[in-house]
Design a protein around this ligand. Structure first.
Ligand code: AMP
Length: 286
């Protein structure tokens, strides 16, 4: 496996693969890899001839009071794990390589960024859209892989790639969970033992919402309220948002129909966790 540090090195690596008519799969990450990231890499490995992963904690997607400085990093371990699942190259640039002095260009996606995490983290998706655009321009992959765990992110990236005519296929991979249901996240590292126990409230609330919809509840607010109450039973949990939205447009719903996104963001102590489920709202008793 090759470790690439510069844009020029990645361009050379990708050009050689393209010249050999290889299909390039790209997996962008912020590192501190877990089975969720590895699931993306395995899917890329299955579908593509050459797989490149980026490991870059992107400063522009963090707010000034967020955890950019303390975000967990362990490049050596990440390289070992990436190699084990068959990644061919890792691009791990320094911040200055991506944002040299004088850097001034940002990508803004409207609409789908205005709800959910976009509402509670101003500027977050501007940073995401900017770095993903840059990475896609650098690598020029045939396919790029994103996790359903960050559902809104994958919607934003699809919108952006379509709007900017970026010739890439966006593949979304299902969320990988711990045996008890907690979605894997690099930020789970921040949780102490009691917080880890209470972090299960996100999944519990989502499953409750799903059950209600599948057994015929059509009032989005009733589903939302039940999820809020479930989370409120956990004393260390503080709700950022609990939302019942259209899975395509991300607009909040009044009445359940079609594909429904149940999405939650919850602070457990000082750690903000997100999770979601997509539920088919047409089934049920009517
Ligand atoms: P991150 O390093 O957190 O920016 O995540 C990099 C990629 O991995 C994103 O596309 C995430 O959606 C995806 N990812 C993170 N956690 C999971 C998970 N538990 N299951 C599936 N994909 C995930």
């Amino acid at each position: 496996m090759e470790l690439l540090k510069t844009v020029a090195e990645v361009r050379r690596w990708a050009r050689e693969r393209r010249e050999q008519k290889q299909r390039i799969g790209f997996v962008p990450t912020m590192g501190y890899l877990h089975e969720g990231h590895l699931a993306l890499a395995r899917r890329a490995r299955e579908r593509c001839d050459a797989v490149i992963m980026s490991i870059f904690v992107n400063p522009t997607q963090f707010g000034p009071r967020e955890d950019f400085a303390s975000y967990p990093r362990d490049l050596e371990r990440d390289l070992r794990l990436a190699e084990e699942v068959g990644v061919d190259a890792v691009f791990a640039p320094e911040v200055e390589e991506m944002y040299p002095p004088g850097y001034s260009t940002y990508v803004e996606v409207e609409g789908v960024t205005e709800v959910l995490c976009g509402a509670s983290r101003p500027g977050h998706f501007r940073g995401v859209a900017t770095v993903v655009t840059k990475l896609l321009n650098i690598v020029q992959p045939d396919e790029a892989f994103f996790g359903q765990k960050d559902y809104q992110q994958s919607v934003v990236v699809r919108r952006m790639a379509a709007d900017l005519n970026i010739p890439v296929e966006i593949i979304t991979v299902p969320t990988v969970r711990e045996p008890d249901g907690l979605a894997l996240s690099s930020r789970n590292k921040y949780l102490n033992e009691e917080e880890r126990r209470q972090a299960l409230c996100l999944y519990r609330a989502l499953k409750l919402g799903e059950e209600m919809i599948l057994s015929g509840e059509r009032r989005a607010e009733a589903v939302r309220q039940a999820m809020v109450e479930e989370i409120s039973r956990y004393p260390l949990a503080r709700i950022d948002y609990v939302s019942v939205n259209d899975a395509e447009t991300l607009k909040p719903l009044k009445e359940i129909s079609g594909r429904v996104l149940l999405a939650v963001a919850v602070w457990i102590g000082k750690t903000r966790l997100i999770d979601n489920l997509v539920v088919e709202g047409r089934r049920g008793k009517d």
